[in-house]
Design a protein around this ligand. Structure first.
Ligand code: NAP
Length: 533
């Protein structure tokens, strides 16, 4: 069992009482008494505190952390050991002593004596706040050899998500109880996967202000966003590879759909920093560890091109539409660790356009791979003049879809050279942004990030260029109603929100991940709730 543990870091017994009650109500499975946070630490005050925990019936770890190892107060060693021995005598389930302190003969003697014959177990902890340990496995082996009855706790700061794999390997290979995870934002997934990999505890705070270590999640995030109560050793993993990733609504969306379908699956935010080298290293780490059970990824800025290059490099499968677009936004890991790449942006955008024109596609087809869907799109879009603003990843996917069904596309972009290159690839036209004053488009599509949060007052197309008989589609979905969409409504144009494309492409990804359809009511609701709609 992995105990979801809330640290109680109070200055007084009175304050601690309130926190203990709140932790019990929030669903903590264990408490960690961080006695080093006390304003006036005495054995008497500590004994009152332990009495409060006993009343709530949860198991506890008693810690009086040394300042050198991240402790709050600079308490003398004698008092800290006094607290731990009092904890053992009072019936605490675990006491936590720093490895470097147990090496002091007097500390070892006192703790060994009091632990002998008690039910309490010793956690031997070691922290590195500056980065990963040079060799975490060596430290673990040393702890286990020197103190076989103790539980090693090895915690370090991750500087990159790739630093988490050392903790994963340790937990995977451990023989008895152990605690291992990485601190900091880059270590986030190690706190969540501690449960899948059988760490004795993982820590959560009552709220963001109460965190006792960098990167600690709140218990609410653990339980609601990351479905902590349903994580098992067999949980299949998915995630979104991006940088930044904190704003992504994909974890909330996919986790809600997995929960609705009763699937033992979990979707994680995966902030993969760095360019192609960072991406390649992350993917290789995943593929080399099939026991982690990662089965699929959404891929977004800045890794869509890195992803396709990686799959080409390793000889994986790339669906034809993704080859044509030159970018993928979905990866699945199949049998024999074969890596497959797909692009659901194109299908998501094309279906949003068709629905926005008042027509639903017959069988939720994936554009270009489904004939009946393609015929409908050809019927509606062949020969229709369309203006696409932008030449990045999303614009590429949309231009590919439109060109395939015979729309008359003109690409407008700030960097004209890029527009020409894209236009040449798909046999369409390119023009500078200034030429939009004379555009004769029936459909206008924003494929740039202009107007996206926080720059919500910006628009890619001046209002005077918009006409009442136009269909205006903004791929930006945060905010739900961009300035472009607001102004298009004001001139009487038909509008399509980027959220429709987002919903379609997320549904396509869900199908690729699970081979089944998501509950669209749940999916739509969670997207709108997450985006504040
Ligand atoms: P990208 O590859 O980085 O391309 C960005 C495009 O925006 C480029 O054409 C760039 O022009 C242009 N641009 C950016 N800032 C500009 C500015 N200040 N003035 C003029 N042009 C500017 O990004 P992407 O992956 O295509 O994503 C673009 C947007 O699509 C995202 O911001 C997101 O809102 C939206 N999106 C929507 C969905 C959905 O499901 N609805 C999915 C993915 C993305 P240059 O070539 O001149 O740099």
């Amino acid at each position: 069992m992995t105990y979801l543990t809330i640290p109680i870091a109070a200055k007084t017994v009175q304050e601690a009482k309130g926190l203990i009650m709140a932790a019990c109500t929030a669903g903590a499975q264990m408490l960690e008494l961080r006695t080093d946070y006390f304003a006036e630490l005495t054995i008497e005050a500590f004994e009152m505190l332990i009495g409060e925990v006993k009343k709530c019936g949860l198991p506890m770890i008693v810690t009086c952390r040394d300042k050198k190892q991240g402790g709050q107060g600079d308490w003398p060693l004698g008092l800290r050991i006094g607290v731990l021995t009092a904890a053992v005598k009072a019936g605490a389930e675990y006491v936590d002593c720093e490895y470097e302190n147990i090496l002091i003969a007097e500390v070892e003697k006192k703790l060994t004596a009091v632990l002998a014959g008690s039910q309490c177990r010793l956690i031997l902890s070691h922290h590195n706040f500056n980065g990963p340990f040079e060799d975490i496995q060596k430290l673990y082996d040393m702890f286990v050899t020197e103190y076989p009855a103790a539980i090693p706790k090895l915690v370090y700061t991750a500087r990159h998500i790739n630093d988490c794999f050392a903790a994963f390997d340790l937990l995977h290979n451990k023989e008895g109880d152990a605690i291992a995870f990485a601190m900091g934002e880059a270590g986030l997934i190690s706190r969540i996967l501690a449960k899948k990999l059988g760490s004795l505890v993982t820590f959560a705070s009552l709220d963001a202000q109460a965190a006792t270590a960098p990167g600690q999640l709140t218990i609410d995030q653990f339980k609601k966003k990351f479905r902590c109560d349903s994580i098992t050793a067999k949980t299949q993993l998915f995630g979104v590879i991006a940088d930044p990733v904190a704003h992504s609504v994909s974890p909330a969306v996919h986790n809600a759909c997995f929960a609705d379908a009763g699937m033992d699956r979990l979707y994680l935010p995966l902030r993969v920093q760095g360019d192609k080298a960072g991406f390649d290293a992350f993917t290789e780490n995943i593929v080399a560890r099939p026991w982690l059970d990662f089965h699929g990824f959404s891929v977004t800025i800045p890794h869509k091109m890195n992803a396709i290059e990686y799959i080409e490099q390793v000889g994986g499968f790339i669906e034809p539409v993704a080859v044509q677009i030159g970018a993928i936004n979905t990866i699945t890991i199949g049998i024999n660790d074969r890596v497959n790449g797909y692009n659901t942006d194109c299908a998501g955008a094309m279906d949003a356009i068709i629905s926005g024109m008042g027509n639903a596609t017959s069988q939720e087809p994936r554009v270009m791979s489904d004939n009946s869907g393609k015929m409908l799109k050809q019927k509606l879009l062949a020969g229709v003049p369309v203006a696409v603003v932008g030449s990045g990843g999303v614009a590429r996917a949309i231009v590919a879809g439109l060109a395939d069904v015979g729309a008359i596309v003109t690409i407008y972009n700030r960097t004209l050279e890029k527009a020409h290159k894209l236009a040449h690839e798909f046999g369409v036209r390119a023009a500078p942004l200034s030429a939009m004053a004379n555009m004769e488009a029936k459909i206008l599509i924003n494929g740039t990030s202009i107007g996206m949060h926080p720059n919500v007052d910006e628009t890619p197309v001046p209002k005077e260029y918009l006409k009442s008989d136009m269909i205006v589609f903004d791929t930006v979905y945060n905010p739900l109603e961009t300035r472009l969409i607001k102004e298009a409504k004001e001139v009487g144009a038909t509008t399509i929100s980027g959220v429709e494309m987002f919903i379609n492409q997320a549904a396509e990804q869900f199908k690729l991940f699970t081979h089944s359809k998501p509950n669209m009511t749940v999916l739509r609701k969670i997207v709108f709730d997450s985006l504040g709609g």
